[in-house]
Ligand binder design. Structure first.
Ligand code: UDP
Ligand code: MG
Length: 308
């Protein structure tokens, strides 16, 4: 009995890429001894993604789609794929061919060797815009210093998960899952493969800088409550500093020496105003997450699918 491999591909306005990626995946599997299914999750595209897909399905028995009722985001689409995949392992990848389908062979080989998670690490890509590269570097630094779960630089959502890992991930009932973090969190035997990402095949990136910023903040606050502790430590630190400074001012006052003040006063006010807002903001984010979680709304809504 051949093993079944599920490929999950979130797609948001990827009409120009889908047919090509399906073709390339089929080619790869021609030389491998597996059964496979491709599950495309249409994340509320406004172009022809879903129509093209439905046309393809007519003559491809291994092709499945899940159509969302609107755009719910990449992570939600990924989870929908994991929730509905039946494979002995599930491989997630992007629709834009930046994740070379030819790497599947190597990933499957590692899986056969007994690794339950085979994830990939993107090597720094010199052709990426400087702003995005720096942001990505900063993203992982910040994420790791503020979080309990270490996420290696360059890991994206291109990975193979054994069905036992998928089963465990599917049990996480959290709002807005940050899949990258959850995969680290569940443990299991993990193996990393380095690769050089290809250029996006067609179309433009669906991740604006604003979306990346949101993902970064979300990554930190959904994996740990370290920022709250940091706030407490900062509080102690500055209280201690002020304890040293207050006697100095009192002494100067007593001596009658004039303590000049405007510049330092404004600086302190501005600095601590900012610091307090940041801390308040973090508190707010955690509170907001509790609010959203309490409502227990679904992470995505499916309009139609051909998965039974
Ligand atoms: N994507 C999605 N929903 C979104 C944004 C992106 O399903 O709201 C998909 C997109 O179609 C692609 C993958 O997520 O398959 C990664 O997006 P993209 O290639 O635009 O990100 P980048 O590689 O530029 O970081
Ligand atoms: Mg891409």
């Amino acid at each position: 009995m051949k093993k079944l491999v599920s490929i999950v591909i979130p797609a948001f306005n990827e009409e120009e890429n889908l047919i090509t990626i399906i073709d390339r995946i089929e080619k790869v599997f021609e030389c491998l001894g597996y059964n496979f299914e491709i599950i495309i999750v249409d994340d509320g595209s406004s172009d022809n993604t879903i129509n093209n897909l439905k046309n393809e399905i007519a003559n491809k028995h291994h092709l499945y789609f899940i159509e969302f009722s609107r755009n719910f985001g990449h992570q939600a689409a990924l989870m929908a794929g994991l929730n509905n995949a039946n494979g002995d392992c599930v491989i997630s990848m992007d629709a834009d061919l930046q994740h070379p389908p030819e790497m599947l062979t190597q990933m499957l080989q590692k899986w056969e060797e007994g690794y339950e998670v085979v994830y990939t690490r993107r090597l720094p890509d010199p052709s990426l815009p400087f702003k995005k590269r720096k942001f990505s570097e900063l993203f992982y630094k910040l994420l790791n210093s503020l979080s309990d779960v270490e996420i290696e630089s360059g890991t994206a959502d291109f990975r193979l998960l054994d069905k036992i890992v998928v089963k465990n991930l599917n049990q996480f009932k959290e709002m807005d899952p940050f899949v990258r973090g959850l995969v680290k969190l569940v443990g299991f035997k993990q193996f990393a493969i380095d690769y050089i990402p290809a250029e996006r095949f067609k179309g433009s990136s669906k991740y604006s800088l604003a979306k990346m910023r949101r993902l970064a903040l979300h990554g930190v606050t959904s994996l740990s409550i370290k920022p709250l502790y940091t706030a407490v430590y900062l509080g102690f630190f500055f209280s201690f500093l002020s304890l040293l400074y207050i006697p100095y001012i009192l002494f100067a006052f007593y001596e009658g020496t004039e303590v000049s003040g405007w510049a330092s006063l404004i600086m302190t006010v501005v600095f601590f105003g900012g610091l307090q807002l940041i801390i308040l903001g973090f508190l707010g984010i955690y509170l907001g997450k509790m609010f959203m979680q309490a409502k227990n709304r679904p992470n995505y809504i499916i309009r139609s699918t051909n998965i039974k």
